[in-house]
Design a protein around this ligand. Structure first.
Ligand code: BGC
Length: 480
């Protein structure tokens, strides 16, 4: 039995346990009676869903769009589970007008999406694709017509292939390329859109794409990874400055992956490994904008970043973001291990934890307290004034039965994580929004289409949509 089957089996078993209360007469699909309401979060707290262009749009070569690294990478055999790709995905490009209303139906305020760089600038710079520009005008207008706030992210991992051919994120010129794109996008939509994010999870796209080689463009080793870190950090701040310059009254943010790193036990070897991995998981990208520099002392391999840092750069990486987007799914229990280069430790497989936790289809531990810990962690930085949870969610096996998807595990996941968000808020953390990952089942990067995160189920053969019970739960929870 392979890893995926094993996880699926485990998932079913846990779903079975979750259904047990049904026998006692409780509603199995909406979970137990909740101990909190929407009102507890305050009337200004924002609720939304997050998405990303490459994962939902499809239309990879339609209407003048140029190829991105993800088009190239997913077309290479053996890179993606089942050799799947985002060519069609859930065809948001053709269906946005009927998909965005789901956000409204769930009584949510915000639709977070990303603009595809190569749809707007097919070669990355220079010639503008008017049809691409028009598409995002229609997306934004549809949001506004539905009373939903559009929250675009400038970059969610899909650098144009034409720029990757010139070195992509490894080439310092990316700062100029990205600035041209950011300037164009914010000038184009800035009169209608006030809330912006610069990058989606720079740690994920630089490390998984240029260190581990599991995501596009599939490169490996620190020599490829380190320049991308510095260039992404420069773009993160430069993008912030461009938005602020072009959009009067903008609310400027950017997003970060994070995961509470905890030692498997109190032994020094594990605690030391936690310090090093915490740099990679949590600190590397959030500290430079605050003027704290790179956390080199706790991970000396980062000293090599100096090869790419030019005079004046550590001023340029600073930017006073209006909000930090916190994206959390799980925690990392760390075991020290001298064999592993540089970090000398690694996260444990959740199945080896005791007691064995609930595990999602991504092989991630369900650990609601992890989001509480990360909210407290971010809030300790004086430079972080305002936090929005810009992604949180889970992939579990789903089944359509009589036009319903009873996704008990996902619904409970959301309830349990939200309870922890509220706990942090009540303890004074300035967290002011929560966006679910994600609206629609979609292309989950290297995992392809098997891992479903949506609040709305998508049949990829027919493109039929069904709101899952988790979506219906949000609808009820958020109703006035
Ligand atoms: C990314 C999403 C991704 C999700 C689940 C986040 O790190 O921003 O694009 O689908 O995690 O893996």
């Amino acid at each position: 039995m392979n890893r995926r089957d094993l996880i699926r089996k485990l998932g079913m078993a846990t779903a079975g346990m979750a259904l047990a209360p049904y026998a006692k007469g409780m509603n199995p699909f909406l979970g137990p009676v909740l101990d909190f309401t929407r009102a507890d979060f305050g009337k200004d707290f924002l609720w939304g869903v997050a998405t990303a262009a490459y994962q939902i749009e499809g239309a990879w070569d339609r209407d003048g769009k140029g190829p991105s690294v993800w088009d190239t990478f997913s077309h290479r055999r053996g890179k993606i589970h089942n050799n799947e790709n985002g060519d069609v995905s859930c065809d948001f490009y053709g269906r946005f007008a009927t998909d965005i209303p789901f956000v409204k139906q769930m009584n949510m305020d915000v639709f977070r999406f990303s603009t595809a760089w190569a749809r707007i600038l097919p070669n990355g710079t220079g010639q503008v694709n008017q049809k691409g520009i028009d598409f995002y005008h229609r997306v934004i207008d549809t949001c506004l017509e539905n009373g939903v706030q559009p929250w675009p992210t400038l970059y969610h991992w899909d650098i144009p292939q034409a720029l990757e051919d010139k070195g992509g994120w490894q080439n310092r010129d990316v700062v100029g390329w990205f600035s041209e794109y950011a300037d164009l996008v914010t000038r184009t939509y800035g009169d209608k859109v006030k809330n912006w994010m610069v990058l989606n999870e720079p740690m994920a796209f630089t490390a998984i794409g240029y260190l581990l080689g599991v995501h596009a463009p599939g490169k490996q080793w620190p020599k490829n990874f380190l320049p991308t870190v510095h260039h992404a950090t420069l773009c993160q701040a430069e993008g912030g400055r461009i938005i602020r310059r072009n959009v009067p009254g903008a609310n400027v943010g950017t997003t970060f992956s994070c995961s509470s790193a905890e030692p498997v036990n109190g032994n020094k070897v594990h605690r030391e490994a936690v310090k090093r991995l915490d740099v990679l998981f949590n600190r590397l990208y959030i500290e430079p904008p605050q003027g704290l520099g790179y956390p080199i002392d706790d991970l000396p391999m980062l000293r090599k970043l100096e090869n790419w840092i030019q005079p004046g750069d550590m001023e340029k990486v600073k930017f006073d973001f209006d909000f930090y987007g916190l994206q959390n799914y799980t925690r990392s229990v760390i075991k020290g291990n001298g064999i592993i280069p540089f970090v000398k430790g690694s996260p444990m497989q959740p199945k080896n934890l005791k007691p064995r936790p609930e595990i999602t289809e991504m092989n991630w531990e369900v650990h609601p307290m992890g989001i509480y810990k990360m909210l407290k962690y971010f809030a300790k930085y004086p430079g972080i004034k305002n936090i929005i949870v810009t992604e949180n969610g889970a992939s579990f096996p789903d089944k359509v039965e009589n036009a319903r998807v009873h996704d008990v595990q996902r619904t409970r996941f959301y309830q349990d994580y939200l309870r922890e968000v509220l706990r942090a808020k009540r303890e004074g953390v300035n967290v002011n929004g929560y966006f679910c990952w994600t609206l629609l089942d979609n292309f989950e990067w290297a995992e392809g289409y098997d891992t479903r995160f949506g609040l709305v189920h998508v049949d990829f053969e027919t493109q039929e949509r069904v709101m899952k019970d988790s979506g219906l739960w949000f609808k009820e929870f958020l109703a006035d």
